[in-house]
Every structure is written in C-alpha cells, then in structure tokens.
Design a protein around this ligand. Structure first.
Ligand SMILES: [Zn+2]
Length: 530
C-alpha cells in the first residue's frame, strides 16, 4: 500500500487495515474524518476536495515517513478523498500498526495533524442556502496559533484540536516532542547530548525580556525540567519585548502563563512554576532543585542574591543585564579560579542605578539578543561544550553592533567560601541618613536652595526639554556608571532624573561611598510644577 494516496472513489478502510497487518504489530489505530453537515454555524450539504496532487503526495509521504521514524511504529498510511463528497462520507483515513498502542495513537494523531497543516488540499463547501466557498485547510493550521478560534472549523473531522497550541489539554500527552534532529546532527551534541539535555534541569529567575527567550529556547531544545521564578503579572507594556505573552494575558501571572506556553511548545518538558519573587528566605531551596541557574531579572538585588546562592550551592549560573541598547553577559562556574558577580562589581550597584526598562526604555531585540546568548551559554554548560572558555564579561552594543570581551578575574577580597553568609548583602544599607530625597515645587525653588543641580538623564532625554527647564550641569548616568565621568567628590548637590528613581539610587550609592552632600529630587522632573 502507498504510504499516502488520493482517491476519487469511496475509501475502503477495511482493506487498508489489512494492508498494515504485520506479525510484529500488536495493534492498530486509525482515524476517520467524515463529512459533517455544518461548519461555523452554516449548514453544509456536500463538499468538494481538490488537491495539488504532485506536491501533496510528496508532502504526505514525507509526513507518514516522519511518523514511522519518530514513533517507531510498524506501518502507517493515509488516504484522502478528492472530488465530490456527501454528508457522512469518509473524507480522510489514517492507519498505523505498531507493537504497542501508545505509539500507534501518537503516530496516528501526528499524521492527521500534519496532513491538515502541510498538505495542499482545498475544500469547497456547498451550503444549504445555495452558497458555496473554498476553504484551505492551511487556514486552520494558521488559526490554531491564535487564541480565539472556533472549535468547529472543519466540516469533516472532530480530531482537530485547536486548543493544543495555547492550552495544556489532556490530549497533549499524545503530541510528539519537537524533532531534535537538527541539533542532534551537530557532532558535539548527538544523541548523547540530547539525552544530557533531557536529564537536565534549569532554574530561570525572571520571565521578562531576558527570561522569555531563555525559556523558549531551553524548552524547545528539550531541557528536561525548567523552573520559572516570577512574582509579576503580565502588563501591556511588557508585550513589545516579551512576545511569549499576548494582550489576553495582561493581569495574569507571568510564571503561569509562561508555563502553559512552554508546555504547548514542548509537551516533553516539565515546567515548575514558582509564582513569587526570589528572596533570602527561598533562594537556597530554589537553587538546590536545579543543575544550573539563569538569572534574568532587571534588578541588581536579585542578581546578587542569586550570585550568593549559586556560590553556596556550587552551581553554575548565567547572568545578563540590559540597559537601553547595551547588554552584559557573565557566566559563573564553581571553579576555584572563577570570578563571581561580586568579583567584578565589588561596589554592588543598587537597584535602578543603571535604570531599568520601565524608566530607561528598551527595544525588544536587545533583551532578546542577550537572552538568546544566555540560553546558548546554558546549553553549552549542560552539554559540556564550554571547556576552553575563560571567565569574561561580554558587552554587547546593539546600536554600534559591537561585542567586547573583557577578561574577568577573581577578586582577591571576594570570599566565595562563606557558608551561610547573609544572602542579602545588597539589602538596604542602614547607615544612610534618612533625608536622601528633597522636595521642591519648581526648578527655580531648587536653584535657590543653594544646592548645585545635576541632571543625570541621558542626552536623548534632555533633547526635548523646554528652554526654561535646562539644567546646566549634566552628568549622564550611563557615563558615570561606566567611569567615563566622575561625580565630584565634594560639594552639595541635588541629583535629578526623570522620575526620581535613578537619582535616588545614585544618591544612595554616593552616600554609601562616603559622600554626605548629595540629595535626590523626589519624583524627579515629572513631579515639578511647571
Ligand atoms: Zn567573587
């Protein structure tokens, strides 16, 4: 029997079934698609099928061969009717014989889904009102990616599960895992590497701009178990850089939505949801449950919290951060000479010191690039492909399209062997005087205070300032952070940014370095009366 064929005459399932029999086959599963009398609320009287036959047969044969190979079944075949069909007639038949029923069902399901999706077959529906219309089956496959799809898309079959992409339907267990052949083909990966990934577990802290690509690529690659830590809900302003989520997810838990999407992406991957923030009370338990940690938050407090936890647990971790058009990447490995995050940043920056996406703005591909790099570093570690890699801080400038690799060394003063050391060493410093922030109603009032006003916004932020709002002293925060300019060591200053977040962080930081005369304008320029 041909693996895939078209028939202009009524199908003969009994005869096809006999052709699949084999001594090694313990069972047979089949699917029959029948012509139904309604579609999308319209009464259907009969159908016509038309196929682009040469192409369609080739694609159909390919699908059947894939199913036999993937599921290890004995025999499989598919026959599709073309021409005019009446209600109740058999339109498509799929049959699979196999040693066991599990793979027979799975292969059968795979063939019908792929035939619907890939084989060029058009259907003309003749409606009860005399009207008629062509329906391309590919349309259904495209629609299956959307959320708002009518379940009754087809006039012929009931095995068309449009919910399979988005929601974790019970039938998902029958769906095959992705075909990993394109990564197994790499000699460095191979079947053994794929098995390593399947046995591996990765904790992803933060399911935002960095975490989304990390989760998608690790799930698609077949990493056996993923943990998602995120206490936030999806916000409309996240969507442009976190395309795992859509408008319908706004207000829902990121960790939970992400877990469902990942399950649909690869049903073979187990996803653990930790819908809360990582903090000093839970970080060690979280890290203990996984082989590797990928840190994807946008705040330094969590980065150092995770850093300290992976040091204690002696587990590898991949860190990244982005600021506007630039990103930084750093891998930690539990090796004696290997530097940690604190080795590179002994004066641990505070939250918001380099801005965050909310305040500084970001284009989606910037975190996406860094997230993809994090996923790559994680896969390399899990596969053991990073043997020759030396410690480095990698800086990616997406605007200049340049990458810099700064060799990193373990800081002699950084104590990596401190069991039980407080994991929140970047917590709020208690020795900072209370009055970090000052209130002013207008800029003129601030000028009169005797403090020197320092604008730390970036140049692009100042470009649209009205003439009366110009602050002569301009020290962009990005330049301060990168050491291109220094904040004056003495004097009394009022530090100003757009909303008072970055200015407060810088003020705290300068105070912690022993600069007593610095204050932050509370609420930033946005809070001033013009
Ligand atoms: Zn260190």
């Amino acid at each position: 029997m041909q693996p895939f064929a078209f028939s202009t005459v009524p199908l003969e399932p009994v005869r096809y079934c006999e052709a699949l029999a084999a001594p090694s086959a313990g069972g047979y599963a089949s699917f029959e698609g029948w012509v139904r009398d309604h579609n999308e609320g319209r009464a259907v009287r009969r159908l016509e099928y038309e196929a682009f036959e040469t192409l369609a047969v080739k694609e159909g044969e390919r699908i059947v061969a894939e199913a036999v190979r993937r599921f290890g079944v004995t025999r499989a075949a598919c026959v599709h009717r073309v021409g005019a069909l009446d209600i109740g007639e058999l339109a498509v038949w799929v049959g699979v014989s196999a040693a066991h029923r599990g793979e027979a069902f799975a292969a059968c399901r795979y063939i019908i889904d792929e035939v619907k999706r890939r084989v060029p077959i058009w259907k003309k529906e003749h409606y009860a009102d005399g009207d008629s219309g062509w329906v391309n089956c590919e349309r259904c496959a495209a629609a299956a990616d959307g959320r708002h799809v009518h379940a009754a898309e087809h006039a012929v079959d009931s095995a068309h599960h449009h919910d399979r992409i988005d929601e974790a339907a019970p039938g998902d267990a029958l769906l095959p895992p992705p075909d990993y052949s394109r990564q197994i083909a790499l000699p460095e990966v191979g079947v053994a590497g794929q098995a390593k990934l399947a046995a591996a577990s990765v904790l992803v802290v933060g399911a935002g701009g960095l975490g989304v690509p990390v989760l998608q690529y690790l799930a698609a690659a077949g990493v056996g178990r993923l943990g998602i830590v995120d206490g936030d809900v999806v916000e409309a302003s996240n969507l442009h850089r976190q395309p795992l989520y859509g408008p319908a997810d706004v207000g829902r838990s990121k960790a939970e939505v992400a877990a469902r999407r990942l399950h649909a992406l690869n049903p073979a991957v187990r996803v653990d949801v930790h819908a809360g923030r990582a903090d000093a009370s839970n970080v060690d338990a979280l890290v203990a449950g996984y082989d590797l940690v990928v840190e994807c938050t946008d705040n330094f407090r969590t980065k150092f919290l995770v850093n300290d936890a992976v040091l204690r647990a002696r587990k590898p971790a991949v860190f990244a951060s982005v600021h506007q058009y630039e990103g930084q990447l750093q891998v930690y490995r539990p090796l004696p000479h290997w530097p940690c995050l604190r080795c590179l940043w002994p004066e641990a920056p505070r939250d918001g010191l380099v801005g965050n996406c909310a305040e500084a703005g970001v284009l989606g591909p910037v975190p996406a690039t860094l997230g993809a790099l994090q996923a790559m570093q994680a896969l390399k570690r899990l596969l053991g492909l990073d043997a020759g890699e030396t410690p480095a801080l990698v800086i990616v400038d997406l605007l200049g399209l340049e990458t810099r690799r700064l060799a990193a060394q373990r800081h002699p003063d950084c104590d990596h062997e401190r069991p039980g050391a407080p994991s929140s060493a970047v917590g709020p410093a208690d020795d900072i005087p209370v009055e970090l922030e000052l209130d002013f109603e207008t800029l003129a009032e601030a000028f009169e205070s005797g403090l020197e006003l320092v604008d730390i916004r970036e140049s692009w932020e100042r470009a649209h300032d009205p003439p009366g709002l110009q602050i002569p002293t301009h020290l962009p925060l990005s330049e301060l952070v990168h050491g291109h300019v220094e904040f004056p060591a003495e004097g009394r200053y009022l530090i100003i940014c757009a909303h008072g977040v970055r200015s407060l962080s810088l003020t705290e930081h300068l105070r912690s370095l022993g600069h007593p005369g610095v204050y932050s304008l509370r609420g930033g320029l946005a809070a001033l009366r013009s």
